[in-house]
Design a protein around this ligand. Structure first.
Ligand SMILES: Nc1ncnc2c1ncn2[C@@H]1O[C@H](COP(=O)(O)OP(=O)(O)OP(=O)(O)O)[C@@H](O)[C@H]1O
Ligand SMILES: [Mg+2]
Length: 314
């Protein structure tokens, strides 16, 4: 793995609060890492330290092999950081802010115009380029923030809730953009939207009370769900009793859950023993038993279940 971000034993204490407590991880080129955790878990504090905005109480951070504490110039060139909330300088327009950020980053001449045009197009800012930022809607403000983060085409992107406040179309657009960018970068996004993790992240870290409680691929997290490989059946109510008799007699079934849908339809969730995939057996047995199925599918699991389990116990 081409490691672009290396975090070692990172901690941050505010008075008596241990906001970040011995966090260790690496992120490689091509990875999109989802950073998850309940409110106050320490996500933003970790991201601020990586960006050099906050000094760690202990531990070490390297970006592209450069130490964040001692090589601020090298870091600034290689890192893009989107803080929580709206961009500062609300009285500027997106055009003037992007121009200002380009100047700070010493992006000049044709390159400057090209880069500003490029990010404005990718984030669909064309219609608002000359409107004061403070008068923009929340979603546009977020996209202006993202545009400034991407302007110098950094290797490492640290994005604190990048899709917060975006409408569903824009969320989709930003996720697509991040997936494209991920090919030659390392990206960390914090989010409270669990389906976002499934949609774009190659890996997820769950943090609770300042400590990492899981570091896995989204599919591996899903596999921890109680509903992983559960078989969902939908049938007319008349078939409920015969279906139950068949399923309760199956060796591979650990349990059944019934969910009523309207007057005439019923869902049965069949929980397998040891998380095994028993969909073919279930289909075979219930149809043999004379049950007509309206629908049958395999549950992948629910990330929100897993998230609750992981963050409750920590
Ligand atoms: N500057 C500060 N001074 C004192 N305490 C702070 C400071 N910044 C953060 N904290 C505390 O550190 C802990 C972690 O906060 P942080 O903002 O990192 O959480 P988070 O995971 O980003 O939460 P959220 O999901 O709500 O954004 C919280 O208890 C918070 O109150
Ligand atoms: Mg936060």
């Amino acid at each position: 793995m081409d490691t672009l971000l290396d975090i070692k034993r990172l901690s941050k204490t505010f008075g008596t609060i241990k906001a970040v407590d011995g966090v260790d991880f690496r992120v490689g080129r091509g990875e999109v890492l989802g950073f998850l955790g309940p409110n106050g878990a320490g996500k933003s504090t970790t991201m601020r330290m990586v960006a050099g905005y906050l000094t760690p109480s202990s531990g070490r951070i390297e970006v592209c092999g450069f130490d964040v504490a001692s090589k601020p110039v090298e870091i600034r060139r290689r890192l893009g950081y989107l803080p929580e909330g709206a961009p500062a300088y609300g009285d500027m327009t997106p055009a003037s802010l992007l121009s200002f950020v380009a100047d700070i980053r010493k992006i000049k001449g044709d390159d400057k115009a090209h880069r500003i045009g490029h990010v404005a197009e990718r984030l669909e800012l064309d219609t608002v380029l000359n409107q004061p930022i403070e008068t923009l809607s929340k979603g546009f403000k977020r996209r202006v923030g993202l545009a400034t983060t991407l302007l110098h085409d950094p290797d490492v992107l640290i994005l604190d809730e990048p899709t917060d406040g975006l409408d569903p179309n824009q969320k989709h657009q930003v996720r697509t953009l991040l997936s494209e960018l991920a090919k030659d970068k390392a990206i960390i996004i914090s989010t409270h939207i669990l389906e976002e993790v499934d949609a774009i992240c190659s890996r997820a870290i769950v943090i609770a009370r300042g400590k990492i409680v899981a570091d896995a691929k989204p599919a591996e997290l899903l596999a921890k769900s109680k509903l992983h490989n559960a078989v969902a059946l939908r049938m007319k109510r008349d078939f409920l009793e015969p279906a139950k008799v068949v399923l309760e007699g199956m060796e591979s079934v650990a349990g059944l859950r019934q969910v009523d849908v309207g007057e005439s339809q019923v869902h049965l969730i069949v929980l397998p023993k040891d998380g095994a995939n028993i969909i073919d057996q279930v289909r075979h047995q219930v149809t043999q038993g004379g049950v007509a199925l309206e629908e049958l599918f395999l549950e992948r699991g629910r990330l929100d279940d897993v998230f609750r389990e992981l963050t409750r116990a920590a």
